[in-house]
Design a protein around this ligand. Structure first.
Ligand SMILES: Cc1ncc(COP(=O)(O)O)c(C=O)c1O
Length: 361
């Protein structure tokens, strides 16, 4: 008898078939798409021109070594170019680092709920998921994560601000956590939303450069820089780890367009900071209104998104947002994540939030 599946003519890996496919935030046919933690602003000045110029060489493969943007990021972080790794989105780096560090039966420790890619990328090499529940206030339980590390652990993920709960890990918590992690276990500090953080107690990878030989810091141009559609992210960390991660890369997937767009964006630091400050201020104002509405369970948000722990009422909450022209993202059965979008969306967000509060209180 064939061991192919009912729907496939060929034998496939059961652990892959058991995984849900990555679900993108829903598009909004009308209204506001606040389901993918995207940036509401257009690309920074100079980006479209740089990308346009790069289209002249579309018939050529990209320069996979990305020397200019690598040198630029290395200079900004005060490291050597081989301590920088680039890829088509930091999600590609997450996969590469996992493939480089963890094989069948090895363990990958992460907080849950967190970025939905973590369990997925753990299964690809047949590694074992060790999901440590968040604290009741939706933060990483770093003590429990440290206690979950065993002889088989190859990778530990710390996501701050945590997607989707928007909670941070503090610098003091992270330092004390790193003391407990064996020096030969890779730790990834996933800081996709770092630019939006205003809390001075938060951990910041910038202060940790070369501090730990087992630490990789991940950043992305998708969120604060608004280049989600072009796909470019980077890591800062040990050259030896990156040499292995480069071997696990999908060749030639980082385009020249993404590279020139990243450089053009880095040239516009002041405008970037102004936009990020705008979004962070809108986030804080929304949070204050939510608290006034009676939302005491929402953790103070630090990324460009807010977490509504609506539990069993999550589908209803999503529907109420939809009725108000807002596409949010549901994480069943835990809650709803809502991205901070354009100024014009705020009124609808607050009206929907008030109704959800009234209906589920
Ligand atoms: C926590 C976290 N890490 C990494 C990423 C990946 O971002 P990208 O691949 O666009 O760089 C995301 C995107 O949503 C994220 O939320």
């Amino acid at each position: 008898m064939s061991s192919g599946t009912a729907s496939s003519p060929v034998k496939l890996r059961p652990e892959i078939l058991a995984l849900p496919a990555y679900r993108q935030g829903q598009a909004a046919p009308s209204g506001f798409k606040l389901s993918s933690n995207e940036n509401p602003f257009d690309p920074l000045p100079g980006v479209l021109e740089a990308v346009d110029a790069a289209t002249r060489t579309l018939h050529r493969y990209p320069n996979a070594a990305a020397p200019e943007v690598t040198a630029r990021i290395a200079a900004e972080w005060g490291v050597e170019p081989d301590e920088v790794i680039l890829a088509a989105g930091s999600v590609a780096l997450l996969v590469q680092l996992t493939l480089a560090a963890a094989g069948p039966g090895d363990e990958v420790v992460y907080s849950w709920r967190s970025f939905e890619v973590y369990p997925w990328m753990t299964v690809l090499p047949s590694a074992v998921k060790v999901a440590v529940p968040n604290t009741p206030d939706h933060r990483h339980d770093l003590d429990a994560m440290a206690a979950a590390i065993t002889e088989r652990t190859r990778l530990v993920l710390v996501c701050t601000p945590n997607n989707p709960t928007s909670a941070i890990v503090t610098a003091a918590e992270f330092e004390s956590f790193m003391q407990k992690v064996p020096a030969d276990v890779l730790v990834i500090l996933d800081e996709a939303y770092a630019e939006f953080v205003t809390d001075p107690t938060a951990v910041n990878g910038r202060t940790l450069v070369r501090r730990y030989p087992n630490l990789v810091i991940l950043r992305t141009f998708s969120k604060a820089y608004g280049l989600a559609g072009l796909r470019i992210g980077y890591g800062i960390g040990p050259a030896e780890v990156f040499a292995a991660a480069r071997i696990a890369a999908m060749p030639l997937s980082l385009t020249d367009h993404a590279q020139v767009a990243a450089i053009a964006s880095l040239d516009r630091g002041d405008e970037l900071r102004a936009r990020v400050a705008d979004i962070a201020a809108r986030r804080d104002a929304i949070y204050d209104f939510l608290v006034e509405q009676g939302w005491t369970t929402i953790p103070r948000p630090h990324g460009n998104f807010v977490w509504y722990p609506t539990g069993e009422h999550t589908e209803r909450a999503l529907g109420i947002f939809r009725d108000h022209g807002i596409i949010a993202r549901a994480y069943l059965p835990d809650g709803v994540r809502l991205t901070i979008g354009e100024e014009e969306s705020v009124e609808n967000v607050l009206a929907a939030s008030a109704q959800i509060m009234r209906e589920i209180a």
